[in-house]
Design a protein around this ligand. Structure first.
Ligand code: TRP
Length: 334
């Protein structure tokens, strides 16, 4: 049986952190063995809210791919490509824009939340491009025949919107497109060093896959612990301590148990606990850091992965586009 096709990707706007790692990257590494996987570097989508920062987007294309390969995404199994190099996506976005209303886009919960967060950029009036990015994302998915989209909950409204566009297209022009499904990651969201529900760049509370040993240690030393614990022999409550929270991710089960017990009994100070966590986190991330250093010294590898991936994706997109234009009676001069 043919493998089903996965289509997923990220906006290249910054380096990836452990929240991304536990949230989506480990999933992708696992799924690439079971599915035919395409991963797009969504530079066009990144420009919708970074149109004034083209250098930032360009630089992060490479950074993102280095992060992907460092954490085990294998370019032999996953096709990694650049969104802007597939102009069929832009073309298809124009055709899809007839099949979606402005009101429907304005009601999209993900878009709504993002617009509210981006008041600095958009002021009182959002751009046409940003409001329409779900349409472009629907084109990303369908132009490559994506059937499964592994993503977090925040992407659910976007996939639903894509499904609506597909149904509308098929009902008007004929059954050409596949309706994709979301593959929701069951992994829970990783909290920030400050205890915030979300780890994120703008919040300044993230540990990056690319952080140096010194940076990791410094960040962990600043993590929020039980605020009621002032002296070492105060009895601690690990369930409200970020250090104990991260021990569960990076330390052995035995160590976690011991750390929590000693904290509750006031036998272990926070500094010692943090040092132990920093050591384990550094070890956990070491293989990724080493791979990253190697890839940084060999930019030709990243270039080759992107070139080959993009060429493969482009061919697929051309095939789909031909079918779409036939269905829409746009196949002139044939
Ligand atoms: N919306 C995704 C993000 O915010 C990026 C993305 C663009 C995407 N096109 C996609 C994800 C297609 C899955 C499928 O990072």
């Amino acid at each position: 049986m043919e493998k089903k096709r996965i289509l997923t990707g990220d906006r290249p706007t910054g380096r990836l952190h452990i929240g991304h790692y536990f949230g989506s990257l480990i999933n992708r590494v696992k799924l690439q063995d079971q599915y035919e996987t395409y991963i797009l570097v969504a530079d066009v989508q990144a420009l919708t809210d970074n149109f004034n920062q083209p250098e930032k987007v360009r630089k992060n294309v490479r950074e993102l791919v280095i992060d992907y390969l460092s954490c085990g995404i294998d370019p032999e199994k996953s096709t990694i490509y650049i969104q802007s190099m597939i102009p069929e996506t832009a073309e298809l976005t124009v055709y899809y824009s007839n099949l979606v209303t402005i009101a429907r886009l304005q009601r999209n919960p993900t878009v709504k939340t993002e617009i509210a967060q981006k008041k600095d950029l958009f002021g009182e009036s959002v751009t046409y491009g940003f409001l329409g990015y779900p349409v472009s994302q629907a084109a990303d998915i369908t132009v490559l025949g994506g059937e499964i989209v592994p993503a977090g909950e925040d992407q659910e409204p976007l996939i639903e919107q894509c499904r609506e566009i597909v149904r509308k297209f098929n009902s008007i022009y004929g059954e050409v497109l596949k309706e994709p499904e979301i593959y929701l990651s069951k992994n829970k969201r990783i909290k920030g060093l400050d205890g915030n529900e979300k780890m994120g760049k703008s919040l300044g509370n993230a540990i990056y896959l690319s952080d140096s040993e010194e940076e990791i240690t410094k960040k962990i030393m600043s993590a929020i612990t039980d605020p009621n614990r002032i002296k070492k022999d105060d009895l601690g409550n690990p369930s409200i301590c970020m250090v104990s929270y991260y021990h569960k991710l990076f330390s052995s089960e035995e160590e976690c148990k011991q750390v929590c017990e000693e904290c509750r009994q006031g036998k272990r100070g926070c500094v010692a606990c943090k040092k132990q966590l920093a050591k384990n986190t550094i070890e956990f991330l070491r293989p990724m850091r080493e791979k990253r250093a190697y890839l940084e010294a060999h930019p030709e590898i990243i270039e080759k992965v992107l070139k080959e991936g993009t060429a493969k994706a482009k061919k697929e997109a051309e095939i789909t586009m031909k079918k779409i234009k036939e269905a829409m009676k746009l196949n002139y001069f044939e």
